[in-house]
Write a protein that binds this ligand. Structure first.
Ligand code: ZN
Ligand code: ZN
Ligand code: ZN
Length: 276
């Protein structure tokens, strides 16, 4: 399984679109891994996770052939994860050679957001979209992927963290969420799941945040990894990354790596590909 981070910032991007704070100014100077766009990842060439407004730039920067994407998992309806306007150009005169449907997976609230935009879509575009609503703890198959939608802790929102399995490999993509819900931890323990790779929400980095909040920072992730280790879900070969960083915290890549590595965590960046 090939997993690639396309965008690794929180909603505002990093540096943030309209911000001139010290972190943003420094990121603009340092460039490279300090330039983070809105949250998105791709598995192999056919499974895309989230659809932010930066999707087009991700395709260009990573030489992606997005017409090959068959499945799109949406974590939740926040604009940095689901920008349905982009679907308007998938088909009809914007992509006349496209004949294959894309299957979009999301919660009922994501579906409702999608429906608001279907009025502006041509029939040719709508015909190439199959939206499947899923609920918490639903297990489903997409091609050779076995997926489970686990509930995220993200305010009043129905967000999902997705467990994705292909062949021998099993990963957990955990954005946006606070400390995992007890029901999720119980489910992981009960099923005896063992992960090869986990991507954790770390929006707050070194700004303290309560476990019951909508995101996590390094302290929360460190405690969560201990819980997951205790139940055997994380083992000596599990690859652990933190991701989805806000400019309000301390997200300059070099300092962040130092801070995270002490805790056994690696730091994502835009364009990072993992061969799992
Ligand atoms: Zn987000
Ligand atoms: Zn800023
Ligand atoms: Zn969110």
């Amino acid at each position: 399984m090939k997993f690639k981070y396309l965008g690794t910032a929180a909603a505002e991007g990093f540096p943030a679109v309209f911000c001139d704070c010290e972190y943003c100014k420094e990121a603009r100077k340092r460039k490279g891994k300090n330039i983070r766009t809105r949250s998105q990842a791709i598995i192999n060439q056919d499974l895309l996770i989230d659809l932010p407004a930066d999707t087009y730039m991700h395709a260009l920067n990573n030489e992606l052939e997005l017409f090959k994407v068959k499945y799109l998992l949406i974590t939740h309806e926040h604009g940095d994860h689901f920008y349905p306007q982009e679907l308007n150009v998938r088909g009809h005169w914007c992509a006349p050679n496209l004949k294959e449907k894309i299957i979009i997976i999301g919660s009922e609230t994501v579906y409702q957001k999608y429906l608001k935009f279907t009025d502006t879509m041509s029939q040719g575009v709508r015909d190439l979209i199959e939206f499947r609503v899923v609920n918490a703890f639903d297990k489903f198959t997409l091609g050779d992927y076995e997926i489970v939608a686990l509930p995220a802790r993200h305010g009043s929102m129905t967000g999902f963290i997705y467990q994705i399995e292909q062949g021998e490999k099993k990963i957990l993509y955990a954005h946006d969420t606070g400390f995992f819900l007890d029901s999720v931890l119980d489910w992981i323990k009960e099923k005896g799941v063992k992960y090869d790779f986990i991507s954790f929400d770390c929006t707050n980095v070194d700004l303290p945040i309560e476990d019951f909040s909508t995101h996590m920072g390094l302290d929360n992730v460190e405690r969560l990894t201990k819980r997951l280790k205790d139940m055997g879900a994380i083992h000596s070969k599990t690859i652990l990354y933190v991701n989805h960083f806000s400019h309000n915290a301390n997200p300059l890549h070099e300092e962040l790596c130092e801070n995270a590595e002490k805790r056994g965590l690696k730091v994502s960046y835009d364009g990072l590909e993992l061969d799992l």
